[in-house]
Design a protein around this ligand. Structure first.
Ligand code: SAH
Length: 257
């Protein structure tokens, strides 16, 4: 590794769900103040108005560790690096590869990289805000991608969440490589929720092509799913009303004596 330069820094930035208005002020300040922006192409495209006059380094999808290592290397050279990532960086995001890249350095080297992690609005809350109160009690987010977690573990987590009557948020419902995952998840959902149980499908939340669809467990598989879609399955208390998916703040077993 090159000699570290304390003037360099690495800021890992959650840019939120896409719409620029949903990027925090601290994230915007860090992007404007950096020397170089690093990120996957889609995320760079989402923040073009902020980076037009910046150096940037585009990475293909996947390649997360390389992206993190290169960002760390540039920071150690003395550059102010902004590594951008969708939603929140600690939720299926770049935080793990960044800490892995730092962990591969000596402690002194790692300490010379001034790291700040800026949280972002995650797809779950961005999506929920568009459709009502699906997450007002307890909920879990589960990704259907088996790139990092084996399918049987994902299935167990789906079952436990549904069995505990928590609302379920699904990220990465489908991709070209695994179109059948949503179908497999649906079979499990059907075991634990009634056919008329409410479901919401939100695509491109806060982006130009934003689309929300309310459906039911029985009918949800008539809809298309892709990588830009978040699926929310309500708990047993939720219901559809006036174009919203609502759930009460209070569990029916609460007694106010
Ligand atoms: N770190 C991100 C999540 C990465 S996983 C975050 O905190 O939001 C990627 C998945 O998030 C996608 O497959 C999709 O399910 C969901 N997602 C991300 N942005 C979205 C958006 N604008 N609208 C709907 N779903 C979105």
């Amino acid at each position: 590794m090159a000699d570290s330069n304390p003037a360099g820094s690495l800021t890992l930035i959650g840019i939120g769900p896409g719409g620029l208005d949903y990027l925090t002020r601290r994230a915007e300040r860090a992007i404007r103040g950096c020397d170089i922006v690093v990120g996957y192409r889609l995320y760079l495209e989402l923040i073009i108005p902020l980076i037009e006059d910046k150096h940037y380094l585009e990475f293909p999808m996947g390649a997360e560790l390389e992206r993190a290592q290169e960002s760390v290397r540039l920071a150690m050279e003395g550059q102010k690096v902004a590594l951008v990532t969708g939603g929140d960086p600690g939720i299926y995001g770049m935080a793990a590869p960044v800490y892995q890249a730092l962990g591969d350095l000596t402690e002194d080297e790692a300490a010379s990289v001034n790291l700040e992690v800026i949280p972002g609005v995650t797809a779950a809350t961005a999506s929920a805000a568009l459709i009502g109160t699906p997450l007002i009690q307890d909920f879990a987010v589960i990704s259907l991608s088996d790139r990092f977690v084996p399918w049987d573990v994902i299935e167990t987590r789906l079952r436990n969440t549904l069995d505990a009557d928590m609302a379920l948020v699904i990220y990465e419902p489908a991709s070209r490589h695994r179109p059948s995952h949503m179908m497999k998840a649906w079979r499990i959902i059907s075991e634990y929720r009634k056919p008329d149980g409410p479901v919401a499908i939100v695509r491109d939340a806060t982006r130009e092509d934003q689309a929300t669809t309310l459906s039911t467990v029985a009918q949800m598989m008539d809809l298309p799913y892709d990588m830009k879609t978040t699926v929310i399955v309500g708990n047993s208390m939720s219901y559809l009303d006036r174009g919203l998916l609502l759930a009460p703040r209070e569990h029916p077993a609460v007694t106010n004596t």
